[in-house]
Design a protein around this ligand. Structure first.
Ligand code: GTP
Ligand code: ZN
Length: 226
């Protein structure tokens, strides 16, 4: 579901901070989020980032700083926030479960890097995912790709966890999905409270994973060897 505040022109950035209380697990995007192409987005981000650097008092004629606005713009659009755009969603083909494998499949220790939407600093950690096939099987690397796609957005960990869970549920046509994310937020470690040791754990359980026994089995696998 798209945020309907997006009917405003993109230039109207002073009004982009409108309060919008959504109940969805979708990332709150403006309706016109993809009207600009990536080239124009990078050009405008670079322009505004240059302004931020200028306001901070940095000398943009310095050799090392001169290219930074363009580097940041490219990094935002093509790398760290590329998962905002559905055109970058991984193309995933499923297979028939011809082996009739009926136990859970666990893809664990998927390293990801995301960014906190409150401070725009990194969140990094591990995602552990499991599903029980309802006839369809997914290539292993595609599970990692789904995690990376949703991580490459400004995020809160709860939403990241649910977006991965919901996507797998829909794609695989099974209710039986588990996602656990164990992550560090640099907004907690490098600033603010500056706690370098705490970690945040979130989970998504549906279908058979709502049973204590299945969760315990999943937990056993993700802690194997630790
Ligand atoms: N629930 C949740 N909170 C997050 C996440 N990432 C960051 N936060 C928190 O979002 C909150 C934002 O609080 P504010 O009080 O508006 O921000 P702040 O003044 O920078 O707060 P401090 O970090 O305590 O200095 C902070 O407590 C962050 O730790 C996340 O993924 N999930
Ligand atoms: Zn933060």
């Amino acid at each position: 579901m798209l945020n309907t505040t997006g009917s405003k022109p993109m230039q109207d950035i002073d009004e982009m901070g409108d309060e919008h209380i959504g109940t969805s697990t979708e990332t709150p995007l403006r309706a016109d989020a993809f009207e600009m192409d990536d080239e124009l987005k990078m050009e405008l981000i670079a322009k505004h980032f240059k302004e931020i650097m200028h306001i901070l008092g940095l000398d943009l004629s310095d050799d090392s700083l001169r290219g930074t606005p363009q580097r940041v713009a490219k990094m935002y659009v093509q790398e760290v926030f590329s998962g905002l755009d559905p055109k970058n969603k991984p193309d995933i083909k499923l297979f028939e479960n011809k082996y009739r494998y009926s136990e859970m499949l666990v893809e664990k220790d998927i390293t990801f890097f995301s960014n906190c939407e409150h401070h725009f600093v990194p969140i990094y950690g591990k995602a552990h995912v499991a599903y029980i096939s309802n006839g369809k099987v997914i290539g292993l690397s595609k599970i990692n790709r789904i995690v990376q796609y949703f991580a490459k957005r400004p995020q809160v960990q709860e939403r990241l966890t649910m977006q991965i869970g919901n996507e797998l549920k829909e794609m695989l046509g099974t209710e039986d999905i588990a996602v656990v994310i164990d992550a560090h937020h640099m907004c907690v470690s490098s600033r603010g409270i500056k706690d370098v040791n705490s970690a945040t754990v979130t989970s998504y359980y549906s279908g058979q994973f709502e049973q204590e026994e299945k969760r315990a089995e999943f937990m056993k696998y993700i802690t194997l060897g630790k």
